[in-house]
Design a binder for this molecule. Structure first.
Ligand code: 13P
Length: 258
């Protein structure tokens, strides 16, 4: 089992004042009760990142900081975009690539996902590649083929150095923000499938996370029965209490299995 990773994707929530407050709260709880066996990451909106990293550094909060997206380009005339080097300079070490909301609402194609992933890893940052099927695909039973195609498109032909900088998050679109969590059986099957496909692309031992309505109540079962390496959490990451309860579940599961 890989060391668990729990990532809080704040999406377009929390301004920089609220962001500072949340990270301070996380810091207070972690100081009293450190989570030794889990890596915690928060992924704020771009405009919050500088404030969040300042608090993390000055108050020595044991979390790292990610970004929700990055431009496929390194610099230049790309109004409204933010580059990987800019994020790196801010202390960001993780970047979500190809979140289903970017794919569906901002026309991020498989090709752009693949190129963005290469830009992220070229600068030595870790790419969290998001994959997952829509409800219609799940209903027709084609989810394995669908996710295989997404993985091949993003990870095929990746060089060795880059392969070590990839984490995969399985986020079925129908489970995101709906309260409809995938069952532990569905998660286990897909996680195994993803590991097999990843291994065929020379990404052995890659961390595979689950995302989609994860909360403090379902995290322990998803972790142990779903056999994931952690979570990509949306709504429940906006409160210190629920985010850290998920972290605690991952921590305890790993501790119990070592
Ligand atoms: P929810 O946890 O709100 O369903 O969001 C999942 C997600 O999209 C995380 O990236």
């Amino acid at each position: 089992m890989n060391r668990p990773l729990v990532i809080g994707n704040w999406k377009m929530n929390l301004d920089y004042v609220e962001a500072v407050h949340l990270v301070q709260q996380i810091g207070v709880v972690l100081r009293n009760k450190p989570l030794e066996h889990v890596d915690l990451v928060v992924v704020p909106p771009f405009v919050d990142i500088r404030s969040v990293t300042s608090v993390v550094e000055s108050e020595r909060v044991s979390i790292t900081v990610g970004a929700q997206h990055a431009s496929v380009h390194e610099a230049g005339a790309h109004t409204g975009e933010v580059s990987v080097p800019m994020l790196q300079r801010l202390g960001v070490s993780w970047i979500l690539v190809g979140h289903s909301e970017r794919r569906a609402m901002y026309a991020m194609t498989d090709e752009v996902v693949a190129q963005t992933l290469r830009t992220v890893t070229r600068f030595g940052l870790t790419a969290v590649l998001c994959v997952g099927e829509e409800l219609s695909v799940r209903e027709s039973g084609d989810q394995d083929d669908f996710v295989t195609a997404q993985l091949h498109a993003a990870l095929g032909g990746l060089d060795e150095a880059s392969r070590g900088l990839v984490t995969i998050a399985y986020e079925p679109v129908w489970a995101i923000g709906t309260g409809l969590t995938a069952s532990t059986g569905q998660v286990r099957e897909m996680t195994e499938h993803i590991r097999t496909v990843a291994a065929s692309l020379s990404l052995d031992g890659v961390r595979v996370l689950y995302g989609g309505s994860v909360n403090a109540e379902n995290a322990a079962a998803l972790m142990s029965e779903g056999r994931v390496d952690g979570f990509l959490v949306g709504g429940a990451s906006l409160k210190a209490e629920s985010f850290l309860a998920i972290g605690q579940a991952a921590n305890d599961c790993y501790d119990g299995k070592r």
